[in-house]
Ligand binder design. Structure first.
Ligand code: SAM
Length: 210
């Protein structure tokens, strides 16, 4: 582990969210049921179920925590399938979110939990923030909600004319990137990958405090 501190990211296969932190010299722990995409020497990826995993007590607490629990059984867009999926799928999806919440809150660090527009608003509480990836320079729309705590700083949206270095905002593509993917085995993973512009903006907004 590096001296700058540890960044924790749950339900994170790609590690895109921790990349700006790795580039700045932090270490990262990512946890997912699936093996890591994009390995990095200072990224320690743990293949585990977050409902059975806890942050190791012997490590210093993380400087920030992120979580991307699966949305397939919670998304509003899938609500009409809920009756077919049944209560067991719903309860499990909520248990995964609750495990993320517990680990994030226990960390004492700033944290954010991400989900699309989802039934979490009903089962838990309204999200603290909503954004589209194009708000941070990623060229697509996908209404995304954040539940945050511990002093997490929501980054300013990047808009044309803003004095960012350099301006990275681009016109969103018509509709959603999701629709642009044809049927493929990794379609679900592609559409759920963290938008890199958002990851960079979160780093800029939170690293100074971390
Ligand atoms: C919506 S995707 C988020 C992907 C993330 N944004 C990324 O860039 O890798 C949800 C992720 O949660 C993982 N997952 C689902 N259930 C899990 C569990 N119980 N414990 C750990 N990871 C889980 C999935 O394998 C998937 O990678």
């Amino acid at each position: 582990m590096t001296a700058r501190g540890i960044v924790l990211s749950l339900c994170d296969r790609t590690g895109i969210m921790v990349m700006p932190w790795l580039d700045a010299g932090y270490s990262a722990i990512t946890v997912d049921l699936q093996p890591a995409a994009n390995p990095h020497p200072h990224r320690h990826h743990i293949v585990a179920d977050v409902t059975e995993w806890r942050y190791p007590k012997h490590l210093p607490p993380p400087v920030i925590a992120f979580a991307f629990p699966s949305c397939s059984d919670l998304a509003v867009s899938g609500a009409r399938w809920m009756r077919e999926k049944g209560l067991t799928a719903l309860i499990h999806a909520l248990q995964v979110v609750d495990a993320c919440r517990q680990i994030c809150e226990d960390s004492g660090a700033p944290f954010m939990i991400e989900n699309p527009v989802s039934t979490l608003s009903t089962y838990w509480r309204e999200p603290d923030w909503m954004f589209d990836p194009c708000d941070y320079g990623d060229p697509y729309t996908k209404a995304t909600c954040l539940w945050v705590g511990g002093g997490f700083v929501m980054p300013e949206r990047i808009r044309p004319g803003d004095m960012f270095d350099p301006p990275t905002w681009v016109e969103p593509t018509k509709g959603s990137m999701i629709l642009n993917y044809g049927p493929s085995a990794d379609r679900v993973d592609k559409r759920s990958a963290t938008p890199p512009g958002f990851a960079g903006a979160v780093f800029k907004a939170n690293a100074r405090a971390a």
